[in-house]
Each structure stands twice: as structure tokens, then as C-alpha cells.
Ligand binder design. Structure first.
Ligand SMILES: Cc1ncc(C[n+]2csc(CCOP(=O)(O)OP(=O)(O)O)c2C)c(N)n1
Ligand code: SF4
Ligand SMILES: [Mg+2]
Length: 319
């Protein structure tokens, strides 16, 4: 039984480096869960591989520490099988925007109701500081023998152009700001992306606390309204939000860039095409008898396959 009074923290020893921004992310998440009063038994955190991938071990809800780059498809499967769950993805910038970039784009196009938190530290922390896809061209962090030879990808711009319906950036060391953004993202029905600037104190000596102290500013302080006011205005708002994201090299905006509540979620689209889906979710379907034996018997399985083979033959027949 999960005890919510412990503020959702497990008693697992946290083995991130002292001062790592990942601590701020865990604190903001647990505070957000607490304020939203999330039921731990109906909440799932899915992570990939990296320092960031350890997140579900430290938070007392259901957790899946999945494969490198595959947290999003795991989470999609969980959410589609059981839409009643609150599902959150934690992944590194390498995990979600390198090896997992195809899944990152696919989630935006589908608009499945998930919250994706990118631990954006511009490096591969777990494997000792190689350049990640968010490290700009020409920057030399301390583990690189030479300046970065590749250009970078901007998670906000990629999410805006992939169709995410909630897009925000926050900072791991501003726990209150991050907690508020996480709450908004979880409440939003649709694909939500939070790009979290997360100092890696061990391998990233360029984008450190001093750098962020000088460069961060809040979108809301400059009067930015992230809400799409009608379905027709989505494109216009996205273009303006992309402009804001690319605004200046010397200043980095944090806050919510876009919220569009008008786009149908993937779950709703599936329900329209397959009406049974909205009546009973896959996870509620009965698959075993009270004594634990599967309801599918060998003879039933044979019949199902026979029917399927006949169906396939009929649909591919040239007659
Ligand atoms: C298929 C596969 N390729 C490569 C690796 C090695 N690997 C483990 S973590 C990682 C990158 C971690 O960087 P990031 O996703 O940014 O997470 P961080 O450690 O910075 O939080 C890599 C390349 C792996 N585990 N699996
Ligand atoms: S290597 Fe970097 S990201 Fe990983 S725990 Fe240490 S400070 Fe954090
Ligand atoms: Mg990283």
C-alpha cells in the first residue's frame, strides 16, 4: 500500500551526483503529484536509459525503467491499454531526441494524453559526457576533446512542429516554476512536452547555474499568452511560439509556449473508429477464469486463426 503522506518519495538511495539538476525534477514532480492528489496506484512513470532514466526508482508510483529511446512507445501502450491512468515519461535529451526522436515526433502527431519531461543537460550524462542532440554546434564541454561538430535540435521547436498540444520549458533549479508547469501539463488532455533545462554539474561546465542565472527569463513577464483561442488559430499561434523559442541566442525563455485544447486526442479518434474501445478498455477485458486459467482455449484459438486465414484469403483473392 502506498503512503501518500511521504510526499511520494521511495526510500531508495538516490545516487545522482551531488548538485545534479535531476534532484530538482524529482522534487517538482513529487510536489506536483501531491498538490494534484494523484492516486499512486493510477499513476505511471516511464523512463528510458540515462541518469534521467533512474527517476521512477525514486518516486512512489508505478514505474517502468524501459529501454534507451523507447520510453514513449512503452508509455503509449500503457495509456492506450488503460486510458484511466496518468502516464508521465522521463527521458534524457539523448534518449528522447537522439535514438528516440522518431517516437518523440510520432507522439505529437498522435496527441496521446501523455506528459513528456525532457531532462535537457546537453550531454549524455550516464555514459560520461558525450555531446547530446541539444548541445549547440561549436560548444566544447569538458568531456569533449574538440568542439561539438554537430548542430543541435531545439525540443520546443520540434514539439511545436510535431503537433504537441501543450509545449513548455522550465528550469530544474526553479522547483516552484517547474512544479506549476508539471501540474498544467498533467491536467492538459493531449500530448504535453516539458523541456527542463537540467544542469549536469559533472560533465557540463558550459550550461551551468551561472549561465542560467544570466540568461533565463519568463515568457509571462513579457505578456505571452500561450492559449490557442479557436481551432482555426492553431497554425498562427505555433508560428508565433516558434518565433518566441528562437527569439535570441543570449536570452532563454521559460514558461508555457502553447496550449491547444481543441485537438482531438488519439484515444478519442480510436473510439470513433472502433466504438468498442470507448466502452471497455483493453486492461478491463477479462482474460482469465476465476481460477487463473486463460479464457482462450486451444480449440478457440484454432477457430480464431481459421476464421482469420479465411478472411485474409478472401480479401486478397484476385477473383
Ligand atoms: C540501444 C542503446 N544504445 C546506447 C546505449 C548507451 N547509452 C546509455 S545512456 C546513453 C545516453 C544517455 O544520455 P541522455 O539520454 O541524455 O540521459 P542523461 O544520462 O543525460 O540523463 C547511452 C548512449 C544504450 N544503453 N542502449
Ligand atoms: S552525470 Fe550529470 S546528469 Fe548524471 S547524475 Fe551526475 S550531474 Fe546528474
Ligand atoms: Mg542528457
Amino acid at each position: 500500500m502506498v503512503n501518500r503522506m511521504n510526499n511520494y518519495r521511495t526510500d531508495v538511495w538516490i545516487d545522482w551526483c551531488p548538485g545534479c539538476g535531476d534532484y530538482g525534477i524529482v522534487s517538482a514532480m513529487t510536489q506536483a503529484f501531491s498538490e494534484l492528489d494523484l492516486d499512486p496506484t493510477k499513476t505511471v512513470i516511464v523512463s528510458g536509459i540515462g541518469c534521467s532514466g533512474k527517476t521512477p526508482h525514486f518516486i512512489q508510483v508505478n514505474g517502468v525503467h524501459s529501454l534507451h529511446g523507447r520510453a514513449i512507445p512503452f508509455a503509449m501502450g500503457i495509456k492506450l491499454a488503460n486510458p484511466k491512468l496518468t502516464v508521465i515519461v522521463n527521458g534524457g535529451d539523448g534518449d528522447l531526441l537522439g535514438i528516440g526522436a522518431g517516437h518523440f515526433v510520432a507522439l505529437g502527431r498522435r496527441n496521446i494524453d501523455l506528459t513528456v519531461i525532457v531532462h535537457n543537460n546537453q550531454v549524455y550524462g550516464l555514459t560520461k559526457g558525450q555531446a547530446s542532440p541539444t548541445l549547440p554546434l561549436g560548444v566544447k564541454t569538458k568531456a569533449l576533446p574538440k568542439p561539438n561538430i554537430q548542430n543541435n535540435v531545439d525540443p520546443i521547436v520540434l514539439a511545436l512542429s510535431s503537433g504537441y498540444t501543450f509545449v513548455a520549458r522550465s528550469y530544474a533549479m526553479d522547483i516552484r516554476h517547474l512544479k506549476d508547469v508539471i501540474k498544467k501539463a498533467i491536467r492538459h488532455k493531449g500530448a504535453a512536452l516539458i523541456d527542463v533545462l537540467q544542469p549536469c554539474v559533472t560533465y557540463n561546465d558550459i550550461y551551468d547555474l551561472k549561465f542560467y542565472r544570466k540568461t533565463l527569463y519568463r515568457l509571462e513577464d513579457e505578456g505571452w499568452d500561450p492559449y490557442v483561442s479557436s481551432p482555426e488559430r492553431d497554425k498562427e499561434k505555433r508560428i508565433e511560439a516558434i518565433r518566441r523559442a528562437l527569439d535570441s541566442e543570449s536570452r532563454i525563455p521559460i514558461g508555457v509556449f502553447l496550449v491547444n485544447p481543441y485537438v482531438e486526442s488519439f484515444e478519442d479518434r480510436v473510439s470513433k473508429q472502433i466504438p468498442e474501445y470507448s466502452k471497455i478498455s483493453l486492461s478491463d477485458q477479462v482474460i482469465s477464469l476465476p481460477d487463473g486459467r486463460p479464457i482462450i482455449t486451444t480449440s478457440l484459438l484454432k477457430k480464431l486463426f481459421k476464421d482469420l486465414v479465411v478472411e485474409v484469403k478472401e480479401s486478397t483473392s484476385l477473383d
